[in-house]
Design a protein. Sequence first.
Lengths: 309, 515
Amino acid sequence: MAFFKSVISKLKKGLERTRETLVTGLRSMLLGRRLDEGLISELEARLLQSDVGVKTTARLITSIREQFRAGKIESGDQVLEFIKTDLKNLWPPADRELRTAAPGAGPTVILMTGVNGVGKTTSIAKLCWLLRSQGRTVLLGACDTFRAGAVRQLEIWSERLGVDLVKGQQGGDPAAVAFDACAAAKARGVDVLILDTAGRLHTQDSLMRQLSKICGVVNRQIPGGPHEVLLVLDATSGQSALRQAEEFSKSAGVTGIFLAKLDGTAKGGVVVAIRDATSIPVKFIGVGETPEDIETFEPAAFVDALFSA
Amino acid sequence: MFDRLTDTFNGLFKKLSGQSAISEKNVADAMDEVRTALLEADVHLQVVNDFCERVKQDALGRQVTKSLKPAQEMIGIVHERLVELLGGRPMHMPKALAESGELAVASSVYAAGEEEPPIPRISPGPTIIMMCGLQGSGKTTTCGKLAAYLKKRGRSVMLAAADLQRPAAVEQLHTVAEQVNTDLPGGAQVHFYSEPDKVAAYGKAVGVAVGVCQRALAAAQRQGVDTLILDTAGRLHINDELMGELEQVRRFVQPHQVYLVVDSMTGQDAVNSAKAFHEKLEIDGVILTKYDSDTRGGAALSVKHITGAPIKFVGIGEKLDALEEFHAERVAGRILGMGDVVSLVEKAQEQVSLEDAEKLQQKMAKGEMTMDDFLSQMRTLRKMGPLKQLLGLLPGVGSMMKEVNIDDKQLDRLEAIVCSMTKAERRSPSMIDTPRRRRIAAGSGTQPNDVGQLVKQFETVNKLSKQMASMTTSGKMKAMKELGSASPDPGFNPFASRGSTHSSSVKDRFKKRKR
């Protein structure tokens, strides 16, 4: 129980800003008011400002307007309920679990990807901490051979967290590091292998092909892998994240989103747009700078925390 | 960047130009589409609404509806307001430009608006620049790019590592500083200052950076460097403690320029963080990073509007020389699909001297261009940046090139072919017969066909350029058209290669447009 308590309090802490900026606004804007066209366009503006995207906003507004004209929705309270239910239903529980290798089938491989500067390495430290606290053994593979200092950054985390790291030459072939890491993971019999990759813009074809190659190398070494390809998204990012999700899915078959930097004023609303367009689920959220600042994504808690203040 | 916006504007203007008369309703409908496009590009809602309102007012005020060429008039208004939004001086765009987008006009118009250098030089030095921003916005990389920019202009730089929080941030800056110092062009030195023993875990070393910055300044003065760049740790704008640290650095070191580094993929929240940083630090300029990402970049439009601080630079690639000065008029032109010829010319001027260019022109006029000239030309071109980026600067080409992938590797192949030729073959490619073709193909890892194609294309170009030198302008245009439609070989295309369908689609679409 204590664990759950800490989860909820942390989630709330992380989401406080989110609530304050947009959603408290949304709440105080809606509660106790009669619905009219003026309120609907206010609502539209608020939704747009939360990065949920033009399409999703249009979808929500259209159905609210329809129900308003049909006399089904009359008050702001009902609108709030409607939005909450709609958003919660977006993420059914089934697809939020971390995928693992079949028992006895060797290590589970998690590949972390994303554009530059979204927080991949820090998110790996968090994931590593979470898995270790669940009693699983972890090995890290430093496949970001491009950015200066990236390997060292991961190395420092591995020292702090007390896990092993497989690394290669700066400027070397990341697929080769992935190969070595897979071999080491098998030989040492670890539960989970987490691979860090270099940040790359989804518009750079050659780098996206390199990512496909890494996936292929992993798959040949460990059949079924990578079991989980997590796209790390910056909560501050706008509609570009939608394209990121689409492009990374094409190259690496993204299985889930790690939503990082939720402790800022940003709303991370773009995951709603992504879910609407691509069906990629959110699996984890990052809510701070230390490795413990990770939570599994709980849509009910997410949306409730969003609207509870 | 901005591709979708460009598409929307292009579609709109096309729609409007099809109408002989435009009603107020047409304008309103058009602005609705613009609004959606801007929102999808992550421009802040308030900024979008302001922008649309102003354009609408202008349009009605200038009685666009009664104008003879309403679409052109609208482009003019939108261009003006975009320039304003992006932080440039509003100016009138000649109608000729809006209609034709002709190169000569474009360059003369844009070249008129030159301003002071983006980074002022303070005397006595060093000029102090402080970088700040959220985590992951790209501060450290941008520090390296700025150092490269200054080095190229003969200004010595010291990079100071004041990010004591992120693991390995100091090492990263050190590596970057060394790379710039050894690998990038320019006569000046790039120094590095750090105090590795002061590094601590996140939130543990708050305030220490102030001392580091002061000592970095002392070191910079001792060594007499021209510019000192302080790389600070990424921080959330709502972390009072860390923001306080930056305020202290500002107070004790008194940087001449404070730059906020902003990720161009940021959403609506860009405004919140920019505002917070500006309130605490009074930023002097904004640097937009990851500008090469894709269609968006609405943050560019919002941040200027909210802070009033100009956008100084944009980061356009992974390499350390991928930093460009930001020019509002030019970017507005790019958004409206008018290309950016001035930037293209500047890029060319950085690589080619006037003398060389004249020499080559004379050779071409006589039809004496050799494969060696071709090779050196191609290498110069490639130094200017990825081909796709360059082509995007040409009026009208940007939107055409959107879905086309130009693989610069195909150019590698062309280079390999030329390099596998003997000196004699390069001078007179016509001597290349079947056995020679085979040898060259084997030497360059290509097929004999590829070699044949390159030679044929080369000869066609040589012949045409000789003819064109003696033609009038209209004759030249005609010749260009012939070159496009009736080339001797249906596969005429320097980028064509085996197994690639990309390049043929450029040609096809180009043809369609011509009809």
